[in-house]
Each structure stands twice: as C-alpha cells, then as structure tokens.
Design a protein around this ligand. Sequence first.
Ligand code: BGC
Length: 447
Amino acid sequence: MAIFPNTDRRTVLAGAGAAALTAGLPDALTSPARRMFPRGFRWGASTAGHQIEGNDTNSDLWLMENLPASTYKERAGDADDSYHRFPDDIALLKAIGLNAYRFSIEWSRIEPDPGAFSLAELDYYKRLIAALRHAGIDPVVTFFHVAAPRWFAEKGGWLNQESPDLFARYCDRAARALGDGIAFACTINEPQVGLTYRTFAPDYFKAQDEKQARVHAEAARRTGSDRFVTMDYPDIKGMTPQLISAHAKSFAAIKAAAPHVPTGVTLNLVDFEPGNAGSPFRALRQAAYGTWMSAAKAHGDFVGVQTYRQVPIPGPGAPLPPLPTMPFVEPKDQGEMIKQPTALRNMVEYAYEQTGKPVFVTENGLETDDDRRRAWYIPQVLAGLNEAIAKGVPVIGYLHWSLLDNFEWAQGFKPKFGLASVDHTTFKRTLKPSAAVYGRIARSNAL
Ligand code: BGC
C-alpha cells in the first residue's frame, strides 16, 4: 500500500511527502548522503517502571487497578517482569544498536514508608545503571513516572502542600545513591498532560472524571485516608502549583547531589496547529503549555519533549475537532496519526523557541498492532527531527517509546508501542522488524 512503502532511505526520500518535508533546507542537509545527526546524538528507547517492572505492589496505582470499581481494563500484575529481566532488556538495546535507555526508578520501592529508604532497592537500581554503563548505554533516569507510593496518595498526593518537599527528599536520597552512573535525569514525567487535555477539551473528561472520582473515593475509604490522590485525580488544576514547585525543588536536589547530571522535566506536547485562517492555536498552546514552559526555562538543563499527536485548531466559530482517543486504539485515529510525523518537529521547535534550552526527545512512538506502520513511521518522524536540527535547534537525542510492548495504564496491555513484543507467559522478548529499521539509522547516525 502506498502509505507503507519500503522503509529504506531512498524510498523515504522519493516518497510523495519528501519534497514538502525538506523544502527550504540547505542542499547539504537534504542530499540523501548528508542527512546526518549531530555527533554524540543519543539514540535510545524509553520505558517506565510501573509499565514494565511488574508487581509494583506498594504503589498507589496498584491499589487503583485492583479495586472492584477500577477504570483500568486490566491490572499491571507481572507486567513485562523487567524488574527481574533487565539483562534481557539491555540485550535488546544492544541488539538494536542504541546508546541510551530511559527508564524510571520507582519511588514506592525506594521509599516504601515515609522517610524509610530501602538501601536494597537503591542498590537494585545501582546494578541496573552499572549494567547499562557496562553495555555502553547512557542511563536516562526518570524520578517520577505517574506511579507514586501508596502512602503519598493517602496523604493527598500532589494536592498536599508538603508534596514538593516529600518528593525532593526522595530525589535527594536517590540522586546521592545513584548519581554517579546517571547520564541524564528527568524529574517528573508529563506533569501537565491532564491540564493540557482539559484545556483543549474540558468536556471530554467529564464522564471519565466522575468515574475516577468514585474510584478515588473508594480508595480513600479502604485506606482510611481523607482523600486518595493519584496522578489521574481529576483536580489537576489544584495539583499544578505543587507539581511546579516539586519540579523546581527536585531539580535543585538532583543538581546538588549530582551536579554533572543534566536534568530536566519531560512534557507531553500535542501539536496544536492552525486549521485555517484566524486559528487561535497560539493562544491554545499558551494556555496548555505556558506555565510549564516557564518552569522548564527557569529550572532545567534541557526540556524533554514527548509528542504523539497533532490537532488542527479551526478559526473562530468553528467547533474544535474531537480529541483523538488515548492512545490510538481506534483504526481511524491511527490513520490520523500516521499522517502526522511532522508533529514532533513542530513541538521540538516550539519547546526550544519557548525555553531556549536544548531539547531531548524523551518519548515519541506509535501505537499499532501492525509493525509495518512503525517501520514506516520511524524514518518519517526522524526526517522531521532532522529538519529541526538543521534549523539550529540543539537536540540531544531521540528516545523511542517504547522498547517493549507494555502496560498502557487504563488501556492495559492492548495498545502496542514496542520495538519488541513480550510473551506474557514466558516473558520472552522478540524484536519486531521496525527495530531493525531504527537500528540502521541509529548505528549510522544518519537517515
Ligand atoms: C506516557 C507513557 C505512555 C505513552 C504512550 C506518554 O504520555 O509518558 O507512560 O505509555 O505516552 O501512551
């Protein structure tokens, strides 16, 4: 099918979109032989603890997933058992030819009770980091990726005024223990994603929020707490001041403990584009991202960009398009998505323009059961990224989401983002053909 041509460079460049993609660039950067990425570019893959480790039993989400009224389609359970099988994951990274790996350390393991830190769990992550270093792979460590300790949720999560200090205390301990081996640190993953989506589509979440409020209330009852607040608690507006302060304080804590580690926040940036003349897309971007762009500029060595979507915003009077379901489980949404590999380029340029900081693509990928789409998508999206670099945006690297098919939160294991599949009976990993396409680009540092 025309939409899935062979994915070698020549074909990609000869494809219908190539001229438009490269229009206006200097010849040296558009010539097939010269579409290089900067020296030292990080090529990697991303994951997160709760989504792959398995048995994150002390986390707030473990409880939420296991309540009878849970909105989760299934439980994380053993997930990909990466907790025990990280050597297999490192072998995959090596086999693909990658030099960076983003994963999260799980707060609920490291600080199982308030103020009680587990040296054994810190040591566990030390071994993971050492194994990556040994394999020549840069560890990119996220300190908070959606899941929190259960006790933290019981204390009101990010609505608790003390939450920034609680988070900074954990970051200080973890950075002091692990800092030597960390190559890059990410403070909080996508602290604004709920805010962004509610800014764009306030009504979209109404029904979902009502259901969620009931599950949170049940969790509070079961734990005997006043309120049980997780990252997907509906009151994201109320949580935002604490999240911003937590980012600032954790940035300071990590830098104090490990001054050599470049540190930043990672943001979920939907590419709001003009749908037609008079489109208020700039105002929407400002409303959705303004506060976090300022936070990233004030506290950070880089800004992490995570883009999965592009939404054209129509001019005044016209209704906003519906929000694509999250993630792209509907075939029609996949169709939309696949037309939009320019979204990442646009958001990388936007993040740099807003913050003046180097940009790290800490996530980007495609949810699809059809790996030919992923194999098509990767060179397309990287061609866009290459354009941003050619225009002068300092880009540290690209980390594909995800290394493995994993636990996609409320959607369970159905959505497939991985460069490798996982058999959930044997936990055997199998690389998909798209991994070879990505690996060829990574190894040659060129398209
Ligand atoms: C999140 C990941 C998630 C991915 C794909 C990102 O927003 O950081 O945890 O799995 O999107 O849905």
